[in-house]
Design a protein around this ligand. Structure first.
Ligand SMILES: [Fe+2]
Length: 170
């Protein structure tokens, strides 16, 4: 790094990756992958080849053949449990724009920047909620009415499908 701008860019990438990017991927694992047909952990069989009895069965009953490729119930429960644990927030989680120590600095400039950043995050949360409730946005609202919440910065503890922790813990 040669310039102050490069330092800002690098810090921004690190903060984004360890907070929002990770949250967008991580906290939807249970809501999406907790139902194994949505995202089987692994398939224990090859895709049937043409001319085999398995291929004929696939043509006759695709659902049954698909389900046969799944892991055992025991492994499926292990997989479901794992994504449930990974998708949970601890009750003492510190979210992006929050601090767990009140007097982390007495320096005015960073305090001001931090307050400005927190306000921006509040605006983003409001914007996401507004878009989720807009019936014209079919990718947000949709027929199942499952709102997109993964990039909502705040959350309670537990399994919420929202909340951006300050940093990755696992
Ligand atoms: Fe993770």
């Amino acid at each position: 790094m040669q310039t102050f701008e490069e330092l800002i860019e690098t810090c921004t990438i690190i903060i984004w990756t360890a907070s929002a990017l990770h949250a967008a991927i991580n906290f939807g694992q249970y809501p999406y992958g907790g139902y194994p047909p949505n995202r089987p952990a692994l398939s224990s069989k090859f895709v049937p080849e043409k001319g085999t009895p398995e291929y004929d069965e696939l043509l006759a009953n695709p659902d049954k053949t698909y389900l046969k490729t799944f892991t055992s119930k025991f492994k499926a429960v292990l997989g479901i449990s794992l994504v449930e644990i990974l998708s949970r927030h601890s009750t003492d989680e510190v979210y992006l724009g929050q601090r767990d120590t009140e007097n982390w600095t007495s320096d005015g400039e960073p305090l001001e920047a931090f307050a400005k950043f927190g306000k921006k995050l509040e605006d983003i949360e409001e914007r996401i909620m507004r878009m989720n409730n807009d019936e014209k946005l079919r990718n947000r609202y949709g027929p199942v009415k499952m709102p997109y919440t993964l990039l909502v910065p705040t959350s309670k503890g537990g399994l919420t499908g929202r909340g951006i922790p300050n940093s990755v813990s696992i």
